[in-house]
Design a protein around this ligand. Structure first.
Ligand SMILES: Nc1ncnc2c1ncn2[C@@H]1O[C@H](COP(=O)(O)OP(=O)(O)OP(=O)(O)O)[C@@H](O)[C@H]1O
Ligand SMILES: [Mg+2]
Length: 141
């Protein structure tokens, strides 16, 4: 499905909607360049899961973990990884097995390791600075 948002808040709201559909073990893989809105969308996922902690970018830590919601949220930023071989080092398989939701920024860098049941979220710039076109595949909202 294709959505158009005109603010960060609208993108977050789409994340809230998606969160309601996610089951234990879900993987949400983002594609879209710097500043596309992946972290904003993930903030919505957190809110939709009932996480109350503030979601910040995990760029320097690779993964941030949020408990207290309907499911745990593992927020990955794969920007610094150059191939899926490096997933082993960050314990990706262990996170998958923990039955939470894995939200993956820069999934392009590890896409060959993601399974067929992944939810794909592609975010691209729209016609103005604050517009984004968001294509969601793998789940119905
Ligand atoms: N419709 C929109 N949806 C989301 N963000 C928007 C929108 N319009 C403008 N923005 C702005 O774009 C930026 C998105 O930042 P965000 O950190 O979410 O991007 P990102 O994809 O996670 O980037 P990075 O690859 O650097 O992690 C914010 O500054 C936000 O205010
Ligand atoms: Mg980000």
């Amino acid at each position: 499905m294709r959505y158009v948002t005109n603010s960060e808040e609208e993108t977050e709201a789409l994340g809230v909607r998606l969160a309601k559909r996610l089951k234990s073990g879900a993987v949400v893989a983002f594609a879209g360049g710097l500043g596309a809105g992946k972290t904003a969308f993930t903030r919505g996922l957190a809110r939709g899961l009932g996480v109350t902690d503030r979601v910040t970018s995990p760029t320097f830590t690779i993964v941030n973990e949020y408990q207290g919601g309907r499911l745990p949220l593992f927020h990955f930023d794969m920007y610094r990884l150059s191939s899926s071989d490096e997933l082993f080092d960050i314990g990706w398989e262990d996170y998958l097995a923990r039955g939470g939701v894995c939200a993956v920024e820069w999934s392009e860098n590890v896409s060959d390791a993601l399974e067929a049941n992944t939810v794909w979220v592609e975010i691209v710039q729209g016609e103005s600075d604050c517009q984004r076109v968001i294509v969601i595949e793998g789940v119905e909202l």
